[in-house]
Design a protein around this ligand. Structure first.
Ligand code: ADP
Ligand code: MG
Length: 447
């Protein structure tokens, strides 16, 4: 199975991921630059501090009256020290230390210039011909914290950026695909009855060719269907006259000859010609049903039409039809001629294919449900589904062309309703039932 991907989901995910990644790279790059710049500033501050304190410390030490060894510089106020310092001589003897200084942090002997221990960055400077040295230490953690905080501040916008990017992409794609959805719906709505070109305004450029191709295809389909229908209609029409002439000539031949054998032969040929003639009539009906709309401009009462058709068949098969009509009229937009053709085909089938000794029930309800039910053998489900196709017949014992149900189907779908076939008939153990809802209203109306 091919997994379906949503454009919205794919683009949303990848664009957001891309933006996030680029942002992270940006944060890392600015972190590196910031660290470099900060180190420079901090180093310069460290150097400056050492050079500023040194003269003061030297004066302080030289002014001591007695040499009392190391002294702690007095803190004016209790505070944390970022920078601590020691003043020592070259051998490492301590003269002065800032109040928070930890001599363990510094080396055993003073060193000049910048140096680094695992925890501190130290700057040393000598004075009085390098007899006294000052060393100022700054914790490295302090610098790290500064870089980390700067980078973290750059990361915070990501929290907002990710949802904004996701929602933004989702919204933009939804907006741009709106016309594409319209196109899809408009293609979906097309069917055998409506092959007009699809037209959607402001379609994204990438989808324009799809619309053009679909329209080209629809046009070809429409032409092919039209050609097929007009061919069927024309040939059926053209066959009428020669068939009628041939039949008339045969009948004359039958009356003119005394030869019994010729008479029976002529009778057989006449039967074949009648079958041919019926087939061409059916083909014409089919072409009409498939070509035009089965709807009329005004509503018509279908009850008297069905009554008339039933009376017609009652004469041909006395006592077999059981007709059930509603008391009220049944108004429908279905074309009266189309309805008559539909009903005739269904009744004809029931009489022809149903059990000969059993009645045929024809019923029309007030809601417009037309049912024609007959007794007889059950038609297997696999046959039942294909019966409405042209030239498909279930039992070949009876006469017929196999396009009666195709005509009914064409009229029903042209009117926006459908033909339901059931075997066994509903509520019975055998038989066949054909049902069509013949009431179609304006909302069902199709072009
Ligand atoms: N009322 C019915 N009872 C039983 N079988 C039916 C009925 N109507 C149709 N059929 C089956 O469906 C087939 C197709 O019907 P149709 O298209 O009208 O063609 P035809 O009647 O010319 O054979 C028939 O040959 C028959 O086998
Ligand atoms: Mg038939």
């Amino acid at each position: 199975m091919i997994t379906k991907t949503s454009l919205q989901k794919t683009l949303g995910t990848w664009l957001t991921l891309g933006v996030t990644l680029l942002w992270l790279l940006g944060v890392i790059a600015s972190g590196v630059v910031a660290r470099h710049e900060m180190n420079e500033v901090f180093d310069s501050a460290l150097e400056e501090t050492a050079q500023r304190i040194l003269p003061l410390a030297v004066t302080d030490i030289l002014n001591r009256e007695n040499d009392t060894g190391n002294q702690r510089a007095l803190a004016l106020k209790e505070h944390d020290e970022y920078l601590t310092y020691l003043v020592r001589d070259a051998s490492g003897k301590l003269f002065l230390q800032s109040h928070g200084a930890d001599p363990g942090v510094f080396g055993a002997k003073p060193r000049q210039g910048f140096s680094e221990t695992p925890t501190h960055r130290i700057y040393g400077e000598g004075a009085i011909s390098n007899t006294l040295y000052i060393e100022v230490a700054e914790p490295i953690a302090h610098r790290r914290e500064a870089v980390l905080e700067t980078s973290l501040a750059l990361l915070i916008p990501l929290i907002v950026l990710i949802p904004i990017s996701l929602i933004g992409v989702w919204w933009v794609i939804k907006r741009s695909l709106r016309q594409v959805v319209l196109l899809q719906q408009s293609i979906e709505a097309r069917g055998g009855g409506d092959l007009s070109p699809v037209a959607v305004n402001r379609l994204p450029e990438e989808f324009e060719p799809i619309m053009v191709s679909v329209n080209r295809l629809l046009e070809r389909l429409r032409r092919a269907l039209e050609a097929e229908r007009s061919f069927t209609a024309n040939s059926a029409h053209e066959l009428r006259t020669p068939l009628a002439t041939a039949l008339a000539k045969l009948q004359r031949l039958k009356t003119e000859t005394d030869d019994a054998r010729v008479k029976t032969r002529a009778g057989e040929i006449e039967e074949s010609l009648r079958t041919l003639s019926r087939l061409s009539e059916k083909l014409l009906e089919l072409a009409k049903a498939e070509g035009g709309s089965a709807l009329s401009e005004t509503c018509n009462n279908l009850v008297p039409i069905l009554q008339m058709i039933a009376n017609d068949y009652e004469r041909r098969a006395p006592g077999r039809l059981k007709l059930e009509l509603p008391d009220d009229s049944v108004m429908s937009l279905l074309d009266p001629d189309a309805f008559a053709i539909l009903a005739r085909n269904l009744i004809e089938n029931a009489l022809r294919h149903g059990a000969a000794s059993r009645p045929v029930n024809i019923s029309l309800t007030g809601e417009g449900s037309l049912r024609v039910i007959n007794a007889g053998e059950i038609v297997p489900p696999d046959k039942l589904v294909v019966l409405r196709n042209r030239f498909v017949r279930s039992d070949t014992q009876t006469l017929g062309s196999g396009i009666g149900l195709a005509i009914v189907e064409a009229i029903a779908s042209g009117a926006g309703t459908s033909l339901n076939l059931r075997s066994p008939a509903s509520g019975q153990s055998d038989g066949f039932e054909a049902e069509v809802n013949v009431v179609v209203d304006h909302t069902d109306r199709r072009a």
